[in-house]
Design a protein around this ligand. Structure first.
Ligand code: MN
Length: 336
């Protein structure tokens, strides 16, 4: 798992030790992500499956894509599909992914890069491995997170942010036993590169075997810990977690993550993504590629898509599969 790594974490800025009266958050639930296949067939874990949307708010959906070692000719992506009413955040740990959208956004991300697409009022996009990787095969591992937009911002103009791996803010725990990459939001006064409409934070942490991370976390944010790989425990109550599990934490100032002393040899440390945001507290009407406040607004989105009002595929991009009404969760796999 390359993402961004450093030779010596002791050279990094440290997050402070928790203050004496710090409230360490407790674990509310631990769920195991079911595995499935996305789009044209890449393997995913549905990180938020079985968790109430109110506990996730402002987050909606997250897929861990891979980790998978593709044979030549095997890598898969999506076809052109629409979105409206939220943001998609793709964080790539291993491999390379290309993105293009109908609003002129797009680029190539690889090892540790993030692309942050605000669908806003509507956009079409495509996400897939570059042709040379389809031919060669190779390692692929990433995350795609869906972040909701509040009613007042569902109609903003689409936006594309290309966040390079080296722009992540790198920090360490006080004893340097945990290594943090701040992708968005603020951790102890250190602000990551991602610009967000909904106040939130996203951190990828690598916790060494036996180490404890007490991550300062805004008390007005919720707190989710998803295990990319490895084993350990979460919360002041020390709930055990392992690869593919999501812990939802209760209120407090600090997110506690411990790396188990014994890790499997293929996953030498505990890697987690910590997410938190200010809940939007609005009704959610979510179907397929659209996330609105009412069912009528979702029906309108399908109508607008059929009428071509969510944009059109750029002429030079018309190759590959024909556009259709959304790959992701089209059959109701996303939480409804
Ligand atoms: Mn998409």
């Amino acid at each position: 798992m390359p993402a961004v790594t450093v030779e010596d974490t002791t050279t990094l800025a440290r997050v402070p030790l928790p203050a004496p009266r710090t409230v360490r958050r407790r674990t509310r639930s631990v769920t195991t992500a079911p595995s499935g296949f996305e789009g044209e067939g890449f393997p995913v874990r549905r990180a938020f499956a079985g968790v109430d949307l109110r506990a996730l708010d402002p987050f909606l959906h997250m897929d861990q894509m891979g980790e998978v070692e593709y044979a030549p000719g095997e890598p898969k992506g999506t076809s052109w599909h629409p979105h409206r009413g939220f943001e998609t955040v793709t964080y790539l740990l291993d491999g390379t992914f290309e993105h293009a959208d109908s609003h002129g956004g797009g680029g190539t991300i690889s090892d540790g890069d993030t692309q942050w697409m605000t669908a806003g009022g509507g956009v079409l996009h495509i996400e897939r491995p570059p042709e040379h990787l389809v031919v060669s095969g190779g390692l692929f591992h990433g995350l795609q997170l869906w972040v909701n937009l509040p009613r007042a911002q569902k109609w903003v103009e689409p936006r594309y942010q290309d966040l390079r791996a080296e722009s992540s803010v790198l920090l360490a725990s006080p004893d340097a036993g945990a290594f943090l990459r701040v992708i968005a939001g603020d951790v102890a006064g250190h602000t990551g590169p991602g610009a967000t409409y909904t106040p939130m934070a996203m951190v990828h942490a690598t916790v060494s075997p036996g180490a404890t991370l007490d991550l300062p976390w805004r008390p007005d944010f919720n707190a989710l810990v998803y295990v990319l790989s490895g084993a350990g425990s979460v919360g002041i109550d020390g709930a055990p977690v392992r690869t593919g599990q999501l812990a939802v934490l209760g209120p407090g100032d600090t997110v506690t993550v411990r790396g188990a002393v014994h890790q499997e040899s293929r996953t030498p440390a505990l890697d987690v993504v910590v997410l938190g945001g200010r809940p939007i507290n609005e009704p959610i009407a979510m179907y397929g590629p659209f996330v609105m406040n009412t069912r009528q607004e979702v029906a309108d989105a399908f109508t607008d898509f059929s009428a071509g009002r969510l944009g059109s595929i750029p002429a030079q991009r018309v190759e590959g599969p024909v556009p259709h009404a959304g790959v992701r969760g089209e059959t109701g796999q996303t939480p409804a």
